[in-house]
Design a binder for this molecule. Structure first.
Ligand code: A3P
Length: 286
């Protein structure tokens, strides 16, 4: 069902509701997700899962450099997306192994077979920074039609009934419940990647079973630096309004330039109420 989400200041953007979750209005998103029961998981599939704006593209490039003989970043414009919400199950079937697939869906929308068979890397980012990054994503992309303010967008994002991809708190809590102690799963933190990218690159390689030489770890670290990715990655031009980019600031703590004291208190109250359900230490300043 296609709906309009209207913020507290009267600005709106479109979303599609599938099984109670608000999703971006990708063409055919509803049938793509409803067809997940026809999705055949493979043991060598690697899923990159997270709540939006938590470092999907960053981890994707690390994984692709490690799993292939590439020396350069992927070409998103030519190679398209491996984003099952936006791809029909039949087109995913045609992809050669090993597939690297990205998704932001909450656990209840994820294909069950994939959970049993495939490898999952769950990326966590300070949700306050992810909220801010999400604001610029929706405001700067052409298709959303949204021209609201940070304050309006915050109100939609903090509310579990209007948040796109569902509440951050439930996303993390539900996923962690099944991924905790699962040898086929790895949790990667955006802030750890910022602190020591090479260490996280090595962790990811060892988890995937693709250990590499020190020289390759060096190359992956260099190619996946923010500066190199921003310069080298081609973006789908029709997706962004002028000035919009998937590689915006790439820093920790931009939330401090956006959250008001009242917004921070509101966020922290929910966080404190839900923190014992998260099962993972979230490495960020409250
Ligand atoms: P900002 O908007 O805060 O800059 P996703 O890929 O999940 O959509 O996440 C996008 C966010 O990850 C953006 O955050 C983007 O700048 C950041 N990002 C992408 N590549 C990065 C890199 N190599 N280093 C640091 N941050 C990166």
């Amino acid at each position: 069902k296609r709906i309009k989400l209207t913020d507290s200041e009267g600005n709106s953007f479109s979303a599609v509701v599938v099984k109670g979750i608000h999703l971006p209005p990708f063409p055919l998103v509803e049938s793509n997700i409803n067809n997940y029961d026809k999705f055949h998981a493979r043991e060598d599939d690697v899923w990159i899962v997270n709540w939006p704006k938590s470092g999907t593209h960053w981890v994707y490039e690390v994984v692709k450099l490690l799993m292939t003989d590439r020396e350069e970043l992927t070409d998103t414009v030519k190679e398209g997306t491996m984003f099952p919400e936006a791809c029909a199950v039949e087109s995913l079937e045609k992809l050669p192994s090993p597939r690297v697939l990205d998704t932001h869906v909450p656990l209840k929308l994820f294909p069950e077979e994939a959970l049993k068979k495939s490898k999952i890397i769950y990326t966590l980012r300070n949700p306050k920074d992810a909220f801010v990054s999400g604001y610029y994503h929706v405001k700067n992309n052409v298709g959303s039609g949204y021209d609201g303010t940070w304050n309006g967008c915050f109100d939609l994002t903090i509310d579990e009934n209007t948040c796109v991809y569902g509440s951050w708190f439930d996303h993390v809590a539900d996923w962690m419940e099944v991924l905790e102690n699962n040898p086929n799963a790895l949790v990667v933190k955006y802030e750890d990647m910022q602190r020591n990218l090479k260490k996280e690159v090595r962790r990811i390689a060892e988890f995937l079973g693709y250990p590499k030489s020190e020289e390759i770890y060096e190359n992956v670290t260099k190619k996946c630096s923010f500066g190199h990715m921003k310069k080298a990655k081609k973006e789908v031009k029709s997706f962004w309004k002028p000035g919009g980019s998937m590689y915006r600031k790439g820093i920790v703590g931009d939330w401090k330039n956006h959250f008001t004291v009242a917004q921070n208190e509101k966020f922290n109250a929910i966080f404190n109420e839900k923190r014992n359900k998260l099962r993972v230490s979230v490495d960020f300043e409250l």
